[in-house]
Design a protein around this ligand. Structure first.
Ligand code: NAD
Length: 436
């Protein structure tokens, strides 16, 4: 099939590459000329495990191409995917200017029947808006499909190739049939393609993300309470998670959720509710608790250093919002760095993938090191913000001798309390006793 993907970010590039992998001819369009130049040269501009192999293979087979021309993209594809940003607007709603802007151009440019597939995360009712905008100028038939994307950064290729489910929201039989045909190779193991109306599909994505953000936030509150009453959240988690109604996943407490999706999606759903005179009380609480959780280490660090962080240096391990990605959007590490810099401290940071992105934001205000050990040399304490595997079994002896004080603030609960005690560290983590 001939496919075009508009927007080549984390979702668009993975979508385009994986659809090429199953034999489709894919043309990806992006407004960012530099990005397109890189892609045309065969460079993958983001870090996403396994993407490079598929990318190279499909470029070589000439099934995957890139352009900055929307017109070319619309001429090429029978199915047009929109994988455009839907960032948070000032009032918390999803900003639809990219989706509706491109839709307006689509109306003016299409010359034959197209299926317009919205992969961006958009509020309920957007499919209708897109249809209305395209209809203003379109001289040919078209159909709209809402096809929310559930991939996780860090596992995006795997998630796309073997999705747990595919959601297709459409009121057109013709479009639904084409989508089923396109996705058939991805559900050979029997996972479902769930067909529904556009509005339900749009809400499914927000409901899933808001639920996951709530699950994390609930555990963060349980962790905070564990600390107050002297319980251990690891034990509570194990006891809870074995109940199959609860499940073991997404119960790990930490310094809050971040990333390009959960924060904005929870806020957008809350705002959608408000616009329809519905008060999502639970989402309001999730937003508040998460804002608090992101900075939960700061008062502890201040208290340890007698409220004087001027001239202190902190090593930070992990900058990305989660492991296996270079994405730093809404990463808790950024909030912590900001606060510490404002309090007069210096930062030496290490992350295996995300340092170039942080550099774009913080420039030379942060020192970036070549490896995790260098970040700790002569630092007053180590702060862990992202649970990259490489941080899980450090050489504690080296760490002790590098740091000025054997002090770790761990926002991801990487170490065993008994072990860290025997290694002689002061260790503050989330929802567990402080080791002193
Ligand atoms: P992104 O910011 O990484 O990529 C968006 C791309 O669109 C950029 O390359 C940008 O240059 C391009 N673009 C902007 N305006 C354009 C235009 N007019 N024409 C062509 N290209 C244009 O975004 P993303 O993370 O891929 O997210 C895209 C959508 O998918 C969002 O709605 C997001 O909520 C949703 N989503 C993201 C994820 C994720 O893990 N990142 C997962 C599921 C859903």
């Amino acid at each position: 099939m001939k496919i075009s993907v508009i927007g080549t970010g984390y979702v668009g590039l993975v979508t385009g590459t994986c659809l090429a992998e199953t034999g489709n001819e894919v043309l990806c369009v992006d407004i960012d000329e530099n990005k397109v130049k890189k892609l045309q040269k065969g460079e993958v501009p983001i870090y996403e495990p396994h993407l490079d192999v598929l990318f190279e293979r499909n470029i070589k087979a000439n099934r995957l191409n890139f352009t900055t021309s929307l017109k070319e993209g619309l001429e090429h594809g029978d199915i047009i995917f929109l994988a455009l940003p839907t960032p948070e607007d000032e009032d918390g709603s999803a900003d639809l200017k990219y989706v509706l802007g491109v839709s307006d151009d689509i109306g003016k440019l299409i010359e034959s029947y197209k299926v317009i597939v919205d992969k961006s995360t958009v509020p309920v009712g957007t499919a209708d808006k897109v249809k209305e905008v395209i209809s203003k100028n379109a001289k040919v038939d078209f159909d709209i499909v809402s096809n929310p994307e559930f991939l996780r950064e860090g596992f995006a290729v795997d998630d796309f190739l073997k999705p747990e489910r595919i959601v297709i929201g459409s009121s057109s039989e013709r479009a639904t049939e084409l989508m089923m045909k396109l996705y058939k190779p991805f559900v050979r193991s029997g996972n479902p393609i769930i067909v529904m109306d556009e509005k339900s599909a749009e809400l499914t994505k927000y409901a899933a993300n808001a639920f996951l953000a709530t699950k994390i936030t609930f555990m963060n509150e349980i962790a905070n309470f564990c600390e107050i009453v002297g319980a251990d959240v690891d034990k509570v988690r194990a006891g809870m998670g074995t109940d199959s109604r609860i499940g073991k996943r997404f119960l790990f407490p930490g310094i809050g959720y971040g990333g390009s999706c959960f924060p904005k999606d929870v806020k957008a759903l809350y705002k959608s509710g408000k616009d329809s005179n519905y008060d999502f009380g639970i989402l309001n609480a999730v937003i508040k608790v998460n804002d608090f959780q992101k900075k939960i280490l700061i008062p502890r660090i201040k208290a340890f250093f007698n409220n004087d962080l001027k001239g202190k240096t902190f090593a930070i391990w992990g900058l990305a919002f989660k492991p296996e990605t270079d994405d730093i959007r809404e990463a808790p590490a950024l909030y912590i760095i900001n606060e510490l810099l404002q309090l007069g401290a210096s930062i030496k940071a290490f992350d295996p993938e995300a340092m170039p992105n942080v550099k774009k934001e913080f420039g030379d205000k942060v020192e970036y090191t070549l490896n995790k050990d260098d970040a700790t040399i002569s630092a007053d304490a180590l702060i862990i913000c992202t649970e990259w595997s490489m941080f899980r079994t450090p050489n504690f002896e080296k760490l002790r001798s590098n740091l000025k004080h054997p002090v770790i603030f761990d926002g991801r609960n990487l170490y065993d309390l008994e072990e860290i005690k025997s290694e002689g560290f002061y260790y503050s983590s989330i929802g567990r006793k402080t080791v002193e």
